[in-house]
Design a protein around this ligand. Structure first.
Ligand code: NAD
Ligand code: TYD
Length: 378
């Protein structure tokens, strides 16, 4: 079937993997990557597919309701996969306004443009979908009742990984009440509510998914894993917040993109799916794995860079534990994480070590100046 889909935030970390997957897998689809190219957006992430006939890029702000409406009308858009967002918790603590503007008002302007356009068509919402990508952080934080970790009562294909521990018996399930703590998660929670409100009020076909922490290639090096890989390589201090005891649940980014593909095509309208790989790690443990892996792949003595670990003041309102229960997605739609964590982290470290030029351009901000110049008069 022919479809025209806008993927917002396609020049960012997760968005670029979703765009690549859809462009390669569905040559009959017309994929429009809509991105403002903030500091986190980088078209270099999509060099390998930019010349494909079913791909196009539009530099646009999701808050620009009028331009989005015109684009939807001109291209006859029938699906939106919405990833564009401000995504870094530390930035949200310093500058919450930008997060409310992009994540809340931007999502609302996309919803309103889709509503007006789709309602103007004879078939209205038939065959349309607004798919909103959200985070597990909207659920707040879980307790850590088992600081040493227990074997969780779940089985997945990834469950054979050597580290498969849970740090409490409670998990984020789809029916949990939202309790966001950071300005980032509060803005994402608000956008999730708007998406559901557009279904409940206007009958717009919507889906919301909440995913755990992603890792993999093309992640902006302000986030834990790429920042630390780069610092270890350059023998710079590794700033560990608090005691490094906080727990995050990590999923390889391509597995998230595969889940988005599955849910976009097979998910139930108005439903919510949690996405995660049952892969909880204390920050300090994952940091040690990263140090060992970087050292080994650089031919250094494994662990020789442990002394770069530097404990610093904790993040304000730092959520203690995130842990996703993705049983529903696995049971209802048959999605499973494909990679064991050890394999994913090895691939990830190798990718950043092999792409030092990407890292240098991203950290210097040179690419951003280039885009500003290139799109100045458009
Ligand atoms: P990212 O910061 O790497 O990329 C965000 C992209 O959105 C960038 O390309 C940026 O240019 C674009 N963007 C920002 N503001 C925009 C605007 N006003 N108009 C148009 N484009 C704009 O983010 P990411 O880590 O790839 O996350 C993508 C989505 O997935 C976000 O909605 C995030 O909340 C969600 N999510 C992320 C994670 C994670 O671990 N990174 C986990 C779960 C959910
Ligand atoms: P991050 O990658 O920012 O993702 P999120 O805040 O969305 O979970 O951080 C992952 C974890 O690592 C989080 O508990 C904060 C911690 N962290 C550090 O200890 N030091 C750092 O420099 C960063 C960026 C994060």
């Amino acid at each position: 079937m022919k479809r025209t889909i806008i993927i917002t935030g396609g020049a960012g970390f997760i968005g670029s993997h979703v765009v690549r997957l859809f462009v390669n897998k569905y040559p009959e689809y017309n994929i429009i990557n809509l991105d403002k190219l903030t500091y986190a957006g980088n078209l270099e992430n999509l060099k390998d597919i930019e010349d494909k006939p079913n791909y196009s890029f539009v530099r646009m702000d999701i808050c620009d309701f009028q331009s989005i409406f015109e684009l939807m009308k001109e291209k006859n858009v029938d699906g939106i996969i919405h990833l564009a967002a401000e995504s870094h918790v530390d930035r949200s603590i310093k500058d919450p306004f930008t997060f409310a503007q992009t994540n809340v008002m931007g999502t609302l302007s996309l919803l309103q443009a889709a509503k007006i356009y789709w309602e103007s068509l004879p078939e209205k919402y038939d065959g349309k979908l607004f798919y909103h990508i959200s985070t597990d952080e909207v659920y707040g934080a879980l307790n850590m009742t088992h600081p040493e970790g227990i074997k969780p009562p779940f089985t997945t294909t990834a469950s054979s990984q050597t580290h498969h521990l849970a740090y409490g018996e409670k998990f984020f399930t789809e029916d949990l009440k939202y309790q966001p703590h950071s300005p980032y998660s509060a803005s994402k929670a608000s956008s999730d509510h708007f998406v559901r409100a557009f279904h409940d009020t206007y009958g717009m076909p919507t889906i919301v998914t909440n995913c755990s922490n992603n890792y993999g290639p093309y992640q902006f090096p302000e986030k834990l894993i790429p920042l630390f890989i780069n610092n270890i390589r350059n023998r710079k201090p590794l700033p560990v917040y608090g005691k490094g005891e906080n727990v995050r649940d990590w999923l390889y980014v391509e597995d998230h993109a595969r889940a988005i593909d599955t849910i976009f095509h097979k998910g139930t309208v108005a439903d919510t799916y949690n996405i995660g790989g049952f892969n909880e790690w204390k920050n300090i443990d994952i940091i040690k794995v990263v140090i060992n892996t970087v050292d080994r792949l650089l031919g250094r003595k494994e662990g020789e860079d442990m002394d770069l670990i530097t404990y610093v003041t904790d993040r304000a309102g730092h959520d203690l534990r995130y842990a996703i229960d993705s049983t529903k997605l696995q049971r209802e739609l048959g999605w499973e994480p494909s990679l064991q964590f050890e394999e994913g982290i090895e691939k990830t470290v190798q990718w950043y070590l092999d792409h030092q030029e990407w890292m240098d351009r991203v950290t210097s901000g040179d690419y951003a100046k280039y885009y500003d110049e290139m799109y100045k008069n458009r």
